[in-house]
Structures are given as structure tokens and as C-alpha cells.
Design a protein around this ligand. Structure first.
Ligand code: FMN
Length: 365
């Protein structure tokens, strides 16, 4: 098992959906970073689910961030930072009913086989989207670190259920436009259509997936440690730790395979004395190293596996075919919440690279 990510700014995830708490331990965060729990809470709230949001799960959790170590007198101390939220609104009854009847599309079958049935199945245990609350708390600390060198990250929804958006291309405009709707989409016309599509899928006891775009600006040239800790490699590893992410591409991505070299190559130029490119098909990464252009990644998120529609499955105790209609509290579409998580893990990986590249010191004065 591996519950840790990255090298120097290293995070370790713990907790289960219906255990006492979920959280994160951050090792290697420089000392002297001014940090208040409210800043971490603001980020955690972006991922949070509540009954007040019609697209989200019925689970109502305060998700109040608690700091157990590593922050003292308003600054990080250099010691491990332990952050957690409690699980309070727990109802395992729906899971009790189906604990041996594996949900299609979920991790029930593989987890049962791998851990011999000892895995905590309540609320999907370690395979619940809830564990990503820890990723977001770590992301809050990473973003604060990155702000000291002028690096900013945003993740927004660009597609849900086949409805595509036409978003602005800079972080400031994306941020302003996306906060006005519950699908975190920076195009208000597309956002309204996405919300209608999600509501219609929900009425049909079904679910929808979509695509998230991540963008980071202010990156210097030189982040990434080839050949195995490339920018793409480390980011992709972090993205695939987000449950339900099934595809990742950078820049032109899969479409680059359909272009000629003369079309895909980004011409170099000089802007304000710095080498830049006139287009960004490379998505800000060349040779696994940041190029100084904006980082652009896209993540495909599958539709929520737990749906009310009747589906065929197997009862693992009888080894007989059966059917399942999943009840309980599930989001019809997890894309907007996964976007907050994608933004956070991007910040964690970039903060790690920044420290490794010597751009952020081990003690901030
Ligand atoms: C923020 C978030 C919330 C999620 N909520 C649900 C949910 O309510 N119901 C569900 O079936 N899956 C949910 N998932 C997805 C499952 O956890 C995921 O599909 C499952 O663990 C199988 O893993 P895989 O899809 O990566 O193969 C959520 C994922 C995220 C990131």
C-alpha cells in the first residue's frame, strides 16, 4: 500500500469514510510560513458537500478543519503538519445491506479481493471521495507556499454530460466566472445547461461524468526532475489518486497525435526579455520540465458509480448473479467537487517541485 505522495513536501493520507476522521500529514513543509486554520477551512469548503447544494450528496458534514500539529503562533514550525476533519453524519445502513453485493463501477469488488474482505466497507472506506478532504487540506498549505513565489493554480469544469464550455483563458477571469455557479464552470451559459443535464440524470436515477481543466500560472522554467519525476509523471500520479479520474492529458494531449509537427510545435519568441511560445500545445511542459508557459492539464471524470438504476451484479457470499439499485447519499455528478481536489493535488506537486528546485527555502524569513 502507498498512502503518501511526492518527495520533499510529502503528504500522507489517512482515515475512512465512516471511521472517526479523515485527514492528512504533511512532512517537509518549510518553517516560517504564515498560516491560519481559516485559510485551510476556506479551501476545504470548496470540496465540501451539503444538502444546500442540489447536485451534491445528502451527507451533511461540518467538515471543520482541526490542526493537531505543525502550526504554532500563526506560523508553520517545520514539524509534520497533521490536519483532520471528523466524520459525524454517518449512516452505514445502506452499505450494510449491500456489503457483499458489489456495486458496478465502484471499488467494492477489487477491495474485497485484495484485502480478503477485511477492508472497511462502510461508506466505501478508503475508496470514498471523502478521503480527498485530506488532499484539499494539504493543497491549502501548498497554495500558500506557492503564493510566496507567485504561482497560482485553478481547476474548473469544462464539460459535463457532453455539454462543453467556452471558458476564458486566464486564471483571474476563470476564477471570477466559476464561483457564480455550483458546477464550477467559467462559462455561465454552459453552466446552466450542465445543471439541467445533471438534474435530469438524477431524476432518471442515473449519473453524469465530465472533464476538468487545471491551469497553473507564474511557473518558472525548470520545475520537474527527469527522467522519472517529470512534471507530467508526478502530476498524473496525483490526478489518478483522485477517485473516478479515468483520463489525463496535458496541452494538446491526445489531439497532438492527429497534428503534424509543423502544427503541434509551439514557436519560440521573446516577450519582456523572456523566452516564451506563441501557442501552448505543450501545456507548459517540455521534456518533463516546466517551460514558463501556463501549465494546462485536463482530467476525465467518470459518472458516479453508485446509481439508483437497477444493474446486474454478483453476491460474493453466494457467488450467484443478482441485481442492485444503490440507495443512500451519492452525488449525481462529482465533477465540481473533484475539480477542487484536482486544484489541490496540483498545488502539492508544484510545491514539492519548487522546494526541490530551490525556489522555496526550507526556512522562510
Ligand atoms: C469528491 C468525490 C466524491 C465522490 N462521491 C461518490 C459518491 O457519492 N458515490 C460514488 O459511488 N462514488 C463517488 N466517488 C467516486 C468513487 O469513489 C470512485 O469511483 C470509486 O472509488 C472507484 O474508483 P475509480 O472510479 O477511480 O476506479 C467520488 C469521488 C470523488 C473524487
Amino acid at each position: 500500500m502507498n498512502n503518501s505522495l511526492s518527495d520533499v513536501f510529502r503528504i500522507t493520507s489517512f482515515g475512512e469514510s465512516h471511521g472517526d476522521c479523515v485527514g492528512i500529514v504533511i512532512d517537509g513543509c518549510p518553517a516560517g510560513l504564515p498560516l491560519h486554520v481559516d485559510e485551510i477551512q476556506r479551501e476545504a469548503d470548496k470540496r465540501k458537500s451539503s444538502r444546500d447544494r442540489p447536485l451534491a450528496t445528502g451527507r451533511r458534514e461540518a467538515d471543520k478543519v482541526e490542526v493537531f500539529s505543525g502550526i504554532f503562533n500563526g506560523f508553520t514550525t517545520g514539524a509534520p503538519i497533521c490536519l483532520a476533519i471528523w466524520n459525524r453524519d454517518i449512516d452505514s445502513s445502506e452499505y450494510e445491506k449491500i456489503k457483499n453485493v458489489v456495486r458496478p463501477g465502484h471499488a467494492d469488488f477489487t477491495a474485497y479481493e485484495k484485502y480478503g474482505g477485511f477492508n472497511d466497507w462502510r461508506g466505501s472506506g478508503r475508496f470514498s471521495g471523502r478521503i480527498t478532504a485530506g488532499f484539499v487540506m494539504a493543497g491549502a498549505v501548498a497554495k500558500k507556499l506557492l503564493s510566496t513565489i507567485g504561482v497560482e493554480v485553478v481547476a474548473h469544469t469544462i464539460e459535463i454530460g457532453g455539454v462543453k464550455s467556452n471558458p476564458p483563458q486566464d486564471i483571474a477571469s476563470i476564477r471570477t466566472a466559476m464561483i457564480n455557479n455550483e458546477v464550477s464552470c467559467a462559462d455561465p451559459v454552459a453552466a446552466a445547461k450542465m445543471i439541467d443535464a445533471v438534474k435530469a440524470a438524477g431524476r432518471d436515477n442515473d449519473s453524469l461524468g465530465g472533464i476538468i481543466e487545471v491551469r497553473a500560472e507564474g511557473l518558472p522554467v525548470g520545475f520537474g526532475e527527469p527522467v522519472f519525476d517529470t512534471m507530467e509523471g508526478c502530476l498524473a500520479k496525483a490526478y489518478y489518486a483522485i477517485p473516478a479520474v479515468k483520463g489525463v492529458e496535458f496541452g494538446a494531449g491526445f489531439n497532438a497525435a492527429r497534428l503534424k509537427g509543423s502544427e503541434d510545435n509551439d514557436a519560440f519568441t521573446v516577450i519582456d526579455g523572456m523566452v516564451r511560445t506563441t501557442t501552448n500545445n505543450h501545456g507548459g511542459i517540455l521534456g518533463g520540465i516546466s517551460s514558463g508557459m501556463p501549465l494546462v492539464a485536463r482530467l476525465a471524470v467518470k459518472p458516479t458509480p453508485s446509481i439508483g438504476k437497477l444493474q446486474r451484479t454478483v453476491d460474493l457470499t453466494t457467488m450467484e448473479p443478482t441485481s442492485i439499485a444503490v440507495g443512500g447519499r451519492h452525488d449525481t455528478c462529482i465533477v465540481p467537487r473533484a475539480a477542487a481536489v484536482a486544484e489541490s493535488v496540483t498545488a502539492v506537486v508544484l510545491a514539492d517541485f519548487a522546494i526541490r528546485a530551490g525556489r522555496i527555502a526550507r526556512v522562510l524569513r
